[in-house]
Design a protein around this ligand. Sequence first.
Ligand code: SAH
Length: 513
Amino acid sequence: MTDMSPGKVFLVGAGPGDPGLLTMRGRDVLARADLVLYDGLANPLLLRLADCPCERTARTQVGGGRIVLQQEINERLIREAHSGKDVVRLKGGDPFIFGRGSEEVAALEAAGIPFEVIPGITAATAAGEYAGFSFTHRDIASAVAFVTGHEDPSRDAPRLDYAALASFPGTLVFYMGLGRVQDICSQLIREGKPGHTSAAVVCQASLPQQQVVISTLSELPTVVTASGLRPPSLIVVGECVDLRPTCSWFEQGPLFGQSVGITRPNHQSDDIAGRIVTLSGQPVIMPLIEIRAIDEEQAAMVDEVLARLDDYQWLVFTSVNGVAAFFDRLWQTGRDVRRIGQLQIAATGSATAAALETRGLRADIVPGSFRAEELAQSLSSHVNGQRVLWARASRGRDVLPRTLTTAGAIVDEVVVYGNDDVEQFDALVLDRIRSGSLDWVGLSSPSIARQFAKLLAAHEIAVSTLRTKIATISPVTSHAATEAGLPVAVEAATYTWDGIIDAIVESGQHVAD
Ligand code: SAH
């Protein structure tokens, strides 16, 4: 036993699916947690907000995994908190709405573990907004009831009073009821609810795979079977579902139903993932390249160069990572930006220029395109007889030094960060590619394009069978993709990840036209 005081357990509502629907308090505690235990309904994208081990605890049998018993989860929470950890228990929707959160809390209370419960947006309210129903529209319903459609089978007599539900003066929302939809509808009708009452099922509410079917109480079971809907789903009974034509918005998002693979380094994926979500699409984070810090020997070389920056007239950056690594090292070695005051700066691409701007620096030369050739050409007329320092990645093309040397410059290259290929697709990504459920993949450099082709081959996926469409960042990347045997569906007009997304959106609009 340690005499350490116990950590705290935070039961956090993860919201219904859209990762943007987490509370700010939830985000804060996730960022500070020592351990996250999440259930199967919490969107894994939320785990990116945590900086600690994250484990999935509850597994449904559908996924083939083991079901983790509630008792085991309670014991685990207690054990981890006793060892001094702050634990986030991340639960789909709201922790206390059909979430067994109160049982977890009772166990913590009994064990003397401090806890806090942070509400979440429950599936029903999200389904209302994302499918376009207003449960309590004042002309339609004066109440709403959240009902379990899945009575505890161990109970002798059901607690649900269907006579009361049938005469309830408002909207009924059934959780966990899809498998019993026939039963639920016929019981309500038997108890006097008119068979023509409007009814709906909302499946995967607030996610890009959201599906909504609208029918009547008597027809709903047949319609549900015909549409092949899958859990998690809610059954909504009441006139409010007729408001859908005037209230729905989410499904009009330009990427609705589309998944888009983001292949850039993991730590740079969040902004673009966020944009995909706001367009009603699904980001799939699948880095094909990773950035790493340089080793000691390389760092010593950087330090040696930093000590004599006065020798140079030009400083060249060809990536955001290069800018970050160079200035981080400058700072870590006790220096700051004043050391480069006399240098002219060149940068490829608007993103690299923007990274310089955040450090209060304006690049003197920024060619319009991403291409090293173009940067080299723009610089050529300025560098005759001058010394140029290129802060580069461990791997990359050598067009720049070659061209500048020919133009009469003395070029020094210093590796400020490492870039490594990711050697395999993760299992979920592979599954998506194989099953055709990755609609798009963005390729943002020639090396990423080649790596994508290489991994497809390694996993024995023939390009001819690939159902994933390819969007590239620039003509150079398209060229590399084509050379590697990949068909390019769209190409960005501006050479950034936003440009890739714009191109995908635009291609969808053509289809719609
Ligand atoms: N605590 C959760 C509910 C857990 S019970 C909450 O507050 O939302 C699990 C049930 O919630 C599922 O069977 C389904 O009925 C419903 N559910 C959860 N997420 C859903 C979603 N995105 N779309 C539709 N129903 C959902």
